[in-house]
Design a protein around this ligand. Structure first.
Ligand SMILES: [Ca+2]
Ligand SMILES: [Ca+2]
Ligand SMILES: [Ca+2]
Length: 440
């Protein structure tokens, strides 16, 4: 997913111009189409398929180190590298809509190649600027593989990886591990820092003491490049690897927090609660469900928060945390909802079905697979859906829920697939492989 190349001068000039007089001059510039925030330059966000300036985001406080670096710089000429949004992350943006600007192939793709690791690949891949693919494996490694399926480099952690890589504006890769650490790795492959989440007595292995501080959640990159993840609470970490704040919860936070343009964090927790935490790290509200919340929240254009729970329900909450509706499915929900531009909400559950749900909370359609669904669906530019199932298949559905095609792999597909600009699909499987699916 190559970011369109433009001259640095043009970007800087536009930034200065827009910051100074955008309300009068630049409001009509660049009606750039986008599928997620990472398609938009500078601090703009993707709203209804267009890159727009977010007043909240542009007012976001920069971390102390960034402020220090900028000492003496003209106030309006922020270096683009300090203000650009993240390039990619789990669900493709901090609002977690799961939208891709590309198109799922109309014809059934073939397996172009597989890259074998030493453990199941549950992590969802991240596409880098040079078209290489980053992902984690239960063999404890972060891998970066070329689009032809050859290894570029890998980095060893000391426990299994569920986390999906996030990529910052400067190319820094962030990934969590069950060794209770969040890692920041530069494109040069140098480890910039690692941050220990919590103070669990045992970092690696299984059991409550070893798993409470696992870094499985996201990470999610928010305004100002702040990194959000979970463990024994919700964590906000500055781009220099220092703690911004920690919010204590009553259980493990295993899914990626969603982050609003003003820095408000929405996260689910195994203490059955959905939390909203303000940019200062204090609680705004919580909402109690009837089970663990391991689904990652997704936030629509009107601010509705969609999140599933092990109580089998998909919840739609208003921005103030009040219930709009709850839709009951047949089993636990661990996947994150995909929010189509049409308003349709697509989410799979342990009852093996993908649900298409209307914004009013009524059912549009269901599609049955052969086993549990953990994978979160990607929704493409035309509303088609792409996801995996534990029946070992990757499915593509039309926007109305009819099957387009499916491809059989050799193990559960709990990883959430990603789609490159050329239509190649990358997804991991419990058979320990990363797959590239491409129409020949
Ligand atoms: Ca651990
Ligand atoms: Ca619980
Ligand atoms: Ca299976």
């Amino acid at each position: 997913m190559r970011i369109r190349k433009r001259s640095l001068t043009t970007i800087l000039l536009l930034a200065v111009l827009c910051a100074a007089v955008w309300t009068t001059t630049c409001a009509h510039l660049e009606p750039t189409s986008c599928g997620s925030d990472k398609d938009c330059k500078l601090q703009r966000v993707c709203d209804l398929g267009r890159c727009v300036w977010s007043s909240a985001a542009s007012g976001a406080r920069l971390p102390p180190t960034s402020a220090a670096k900028r000492t003496g710089a003209p106030a309006l000429a922020l270096p683009p590298t300090e203000t650009e949004p993240a390039r990619t992350m789990f669900r493709f943006g901090p609002l977690h809509r799961g939208r891709s600007p590309h198109l799922i192939p109309s014809k059934k793709p073939s397996i172009a190649w597989t890259f074998a690791t030493g453990g199941p690949v549950v992590s969802s891949p991240a596409l880098l600027d040079d078209q290489s693919i980053a992902f984690g494996s239960h063999d404890q490694h972060l891998y970066v593989v070329t689009r032809d399926g050859t290894l570029k480099w890998s980095h060893a952690t000391t426990d299994i990886i569920f986390s999906s890589p996030a990529v910052g504006h400067d190319g820094t890769l962030y990934i969590g591990s069950d060794d209770d650490h969040l890692y920041a790795i530069a494109p040069s492959r140098r480890v910039l820092w690692n941050f220990q989440i919590g103070s669990c007595p045992q970092h690696v292995g299984v059991g409550p003491d070893a798993s409470r501080c696992d870094v499985d959640a996201g990470p999610t990159l928010g305004p100002g490049g702040v990194i959000y993840t979970g463990g024994d609470g919700i964590y906000a970490i500055n781009p220099d690897g220092t703690l911004r704040w920690r919010f204590a919860t009553g259980g493990h936070v295993s899914s990626a927090p969603a982050v609003l343009p003003d820095g408000t964090v929405i996260a689910g927790c195994q203490d059955d609660l959905i939390y909203a935490v303000g940019p200062d790290g204090t609680k705004r509200w919580d909402f109690r469900t009837g089970g663990d919340v391991e689904s990652s929240p997704a936030i629509s254009e009107d601010g509705t928060i969609y999140v599933g729970s092990d109580d089998r329900k998909l919840y739609a909450l208003a921005p103030d945390g009040t219930l709009r509706w709850a839709f009951t499915t047949g089993d636990d929900i661990r996947a994150s909802a995909a929010l189509a531009p049409s308003g349709l909400i697509a989410i799979g559950t342990f009852d093996a079905q993908m649900y298409g749900i209307k914004p009013d909370g009524t059912l549009a359609w269901t599609f049955r697979t052969g086993d549990r669904i953990v994978s979160s669906a990607l929704v493409d530019a035309q509303g088609a859906l792409l996801f995996g199932s534990e029946d070992d298949r990757v499915y593509a559905l039309e926007a109305d829920g009819r099957l387009r095609w499916s491809v059989e792999l050799e193990g559960d597909v709990d990883s959430s697939p990603v789609l490159a600009a050329d239509g190649t699909i990358y997804v991991g499987s419990d058979d320990k492989n990363l797959y590239a699916l491409r129409v020949p």
